[in-house]
Design a protein around this ligand. Structure first.
Ligand SMILES: [Ca+2]
Ligand SMILES: [Ca+2]
Ligand SMILES: [Ca+2]
Length: 98
């Protein structure tokens, strides 16, 4: 009984999102709680320079908890899934500290 009470952890990785392209050009990584690990990823997947994929590590364990895809790039997410949406980010230091 040493497990964390939250059980959604293992089920989250199965969902895969459709993105505009299959590139992963990270426009921004941010560390919102200043622990040295990235919490927010802003990604362009089709190379047009505009962000269409957003990922968030809401519990700050280094793994994505929420992925949002903005397929028409109007600034409003069209699809939101649990986990990394099949697009796990590289574990690199954040480019911006918030
Ligand atoms: Ca962090
Ligand atoms: Ca784009
Ligand atoms: Ca996490």
């Amino acid at each position: 009984m040493s497990q964390a009470p939250e059980t959604a952890q293992s089920a989250g990785a199965a969902e895969t999102v459709e993105t505009r392209g299959d590139e992963r050009i990270e426009l921004l990584r941010a560390d919102t709680n200043n622990d040295g690990r990235t919490d927010v990823w802003v990604v362009d997947t089709d190379g047009d320079g505009k962000a269409d994929l957003f990922q968030f590590d809401t519990d700050h364990d280094g793994k994505v908890n929420v992925t949002m895809v903005d397929l028409d790039e109007d600034g409003t997410p069209d699809e939101v899934v649990d986990g990394d949406g099949g697009l796990p980010p590289e574990q690199l230091p954040p480019t911006v500290q918030v």
